[in-house]
Design a protein around this ligand. Structure first.
Ligand code: TRP
Length: 342
């Protein structure tokens, strides 16, 4: 039996944030370290997804490489034979399978996607590309080509995962067993545990998540921010007027967000950090401690980033992309045969 596949992709647009790092990159890297002996880990940059909304294309190539370097800087075990790291567009089967799946996907089905509704409402009809509309189909292809069953996605992606299951079952029913069907969201949550629920909040508006596409960027710490800039953003974080520190997302989201950042940046258990700070009244002291921890963290990460060996990274990419082309082409061929193209 070959190993079950854990697969995930992180979009390369804009500069990634602390939220992306602690909420996605680090859990994936930890998982690769812990689980690569039992599972195959597929980690890819969905570069074809990068311009479903308008971007500055002169930056894309560098952003793709930057994201890949981040994984290495965060400690991804590049030498492990069951850890694969690749760029989606280097594996043409993604686009081909997406086209075939498109033809079995309902227009209504795609119209109901919440992420599409949200993003298209923001963009306005003139600027909404068809790619934004049917990108969940490409995402399904990303997953099904490798028969991946475990997909650690955040809440905003669960609908796309449900769609992936639906389209896989639809084609399996019609054409015989073509794809492994990914596990249900509930089982994904059980498997990945708390890592998935982790949400770093915006420093200015702690009721929303820290997002790389936020317009002002004032409440967002980017991984490329200088320590000074990051410290400033933390010192001007929104708190509350209750006056006593307590870890409580409902009543004190700003303070709670700071406590969470402190635990993450210092790699201490949340309960321990809370014990140290709860009941105290000096919000300024807490902010100072968080600012110090985050600047230390950023300096460490940025220091690791410049040490990343690009030639080793490119060699790994080349090897993974070759291996994954073989896997993907096998699945694609099965599908091509099933629908009568071969
Ligand atoms: N759509 C995901 C996001 O925006 C990224 C993504 C693309 C992905 N293809 C994937 C995630 C396949 C998991 C599996 O975050």
């Amino acid at each position: 039996m070959s190993k079950e596949v854990i697969l995930t992709g992180i979009r390369a647009n804009n500069d990634l944030t602390l939220g992306n790092y602690f909420g996605a990159i680090l859990p994936i890297v930890d998982m690769a370290k812990k689980r690569a002996n039992e599972y195959q880990i597929n980690l890819f940059v969905p570069d074809l997804h990068s311009f479903t909304t308008p971007i500055d294309h002169s930056q894309l190539q560098e952003q793709i490489m930057h994201n890949l370097r981040l994984f290495v800087a965060a400690g991804l075990p590049l030498n492990h034979p069951d850890v694969h790291i690749y760029r989606q567009s280097y594996i043409p089967a993604h686009s081909e399978l997406a086209w075939i799946l498109d033809c079995f996907t309902g227009f209504g089905e795609m119209s109901r996607m919440i992420e599409f509704k949200d993003k298209s409402a923001k963009l306005g009809e003139e600027r909404v590309g068809v790619g934004l509309f049917n990108y969940p189909v490409l995402m399904a292809a990303d997953i099904l080509l490798y028969n991946a069953t475990y997909i650690p996605v955040g809440d905003d992606q669960t609908q796309h995962l449900e769609f992936t299951r639906d389209i896989a079952e639809r084609l399996n029913t019609r054409f015989g067993d073509l794809f492994s069907v990914p596990y249900q969201v509930k089982k994904q949550h059980e498997f990945f545990g708390n890592d998935q629920g982790l949400r770093i909040k915006d420093l200015q508006d702690p009721t929303k998540k820290m997002s790389k596409s936020d317009e002002t960027g004032k409440g967002v710490i980017f991984l490329g921010d200088t320590p000074e800039v990051a410290a400033k953003k933390i010192m001007s974080a929104t708190t509350d007027s209750l006056g006593v520190i307590k870890f409580d997302w409902a009543e004190q989201p700003g303070i709670t967000n700071l406590l969470q950042l402190l635990a993450l940046a210092t790699e201490r258990p949340q309960t321990e950090v809370n014990k140290q700070w709860e009941g105290k009244t000096a919000y300024g002291e807490l902010k100072k401690a968080v600012a110090e921890a985050i600047t230390g963290f950023l300096q460490g990460l940025q220091g690791q980033l410049v040490l990343v060996d690009d030639s080793a990274l490119l060699a790994k990419l080349g090897a993974s992309e070759k291996a994954m082309n073989e896997v993907a082409n096998k699945t694609l061929y099965k599908v091509q045969k099933a629908v009568g193209l071969r």
